[in-house]
Design a protein around this ligand. Structure first.
Ligand code: CP3
Length: 354
């Protein structure tokens, strides 16, 4: 286990905000901060596929560091995909350009679920551990490790790829509840092992992406997702000394249930008012979000107006500035640089003093 950074020039503002401690500036990072919006990333992608980047620790380290240097953000996020641990679990998959994950043999039967295994990730993904160790040495900000949440992963491996209706996923949930339960349990065990592997190698915070869970009603969340998310967060809390961010999109109707399932920080998407969401969560957790990613294409005065409208309503420690979902490929690097500067320059007394 590598020790956390304690050097004087290490910027731990993001970790302080996760723990709801006072900070001297509001920490900022961006979901999908490494990606196609960066000319340097597009250049690397001419030579390597996403999977090839992940498999090459020197390249993957550079790709992870690039936005940290370019944008001056307060956290790095490991460059990988939510599908990275899924191949080693016995489900072959690819990431198709401009489409996303593709699973040639989707998981649809009891036999398919039974064949899923929990690997030793140090053996099957040694390059991920090596990248994290490289990053821990190079970074002056915390490194966020991550995984997909069981529902979001299940939706890809059952559908075979991205979906709009989640027809096969929900059919399994409703018609084959036992098969669904054993699949979710396997994904919980797999992700607990994968996240533990990341922290053992130096990840200082974790984010669990339940990107598509907002497609479920509250009733279905409670029955088909909540027990597994509680189990996953319970295991992490018992064994790992790092804060965990719990994120989903279109989840305004689920926030209290997501909070009850677990997480030190709840990610808020842009459709929900973040200050109102925080109040609903009774200020018992930190919150992260939630600028609409398409506001980065708005004229500067409107963009500024919306950012300050959000910041002006933050009246206590425990806020991390981010977008409500990932950076979109046409975004300008300079826009993200300016947003980071504005948020960093903001000095709300309440956030500084607690
Ligand atoms: O800085 C970072 O955040 C980069 C690391 C990262 C990637 N994927 C790299 C990637 C992270 C954290 C992810 C998570 C991920 N992957 C999620 C959860 C986050 C979210 O957006 O909700 C999901 C649902 C996936 C599955 C996935 N992978 C999708 C939907 C896509 C996009 C398809 C496309 O091409 O638009 C991918 C591919 C992918 N993963 C890209 C990147 C940078 C873009 C394609 C590429 O550069 O080859």
């Amino acid at each position: 286990m590598s020790t956390p950074h304690t050097t004087p020039d290490f910027n731990d503002t993001f970790l302080k905000a996760c723990r709801m401690e006072p900070v001297d500036h509001i920490p900022v990072w961006f979901m999908r901060q490494a990606g196609r919006y960066q000319p340097e990333y597009r250049k690397i992608k001419q030579q390597y596929s996403l999977t090839e980047i992940v498999e090459r620790p020197e390249v993957c380290t550079e790709v992870t560091l690039l936005p940290v240097r370019q944008l001056n953000v307060d956290a790095a996020i490991l460059f990988a995909d939510i599908m990275t641990p899924i191949g080693p679990m016995g489900i072959p998959n690819q990431i198709l350009p401009n489409k996303g994950p593709h699973i040639p043999n989707p998981v649809r039967s009891v036999k398919d679920v039974e064949s899923i295994r929990i690997p030793d990730f140090a053996e099957s993904l040694p390059y991920v551990g090596e990248t994290i160790r490289n990053l821990s040495r190079a970074l002056k900000v915390p490194l966020i490790g991550f995984c997909g949440a069981p529902f979001t992963l299940a939706s890809y491996i059952i559908e075979g790829g991205p979906s709009k209706s989640f027809h096969y996923t929900k059919t399994m949930m409703y018609r084959e509840p036992e098969m669904w339960a054993s699949l979710m349990k396997k994904l919980v065990a797999g992700m607990a092992a994968y996240l533990t592997y990341q922290v053992d190698n130096g990840a200082q915070a974790l984010q669990i992406f339940d990107s598509w869970v907002g497609h479920l009603s509250r009733q279905d969340y409670d029955r088909y997702v909540f027990p597994y998310m509680s189990d996953l967060f319970g295991r992490l809390k018992k064994t790992l000394p790092v804060p965990v961010i719990h994120f989903g999109v279109h989840t305004g109707h689920l926030l209290e249930r997501m909070q009850a399932a677990g997480g030190d920080v709840i990610g808020i998407d842009w459709k929900t008012s973040l200050p109102e969401a925080w109040k609903r969560l009774q200020y018992k957790v930190a919150v992260q979000g939630n600028l609409d990613p398409t506001l980065l294409f708005a004229p500067e005065p409107l963009l500024k107006e919306r950012i300050y409208a959000l910041l002006d309503r933050i009246d206590r420690p425990g806020f991390i500035f981010n977008l409500g979902h990932g950076v979109l490929p046409p975004t300008e690097v300079s826009t993200l640089q300016r947003v980071t500067e504005w948020v960093h320059a903001y000095r709300p007394a309440d956030v500084m003093n607690g």
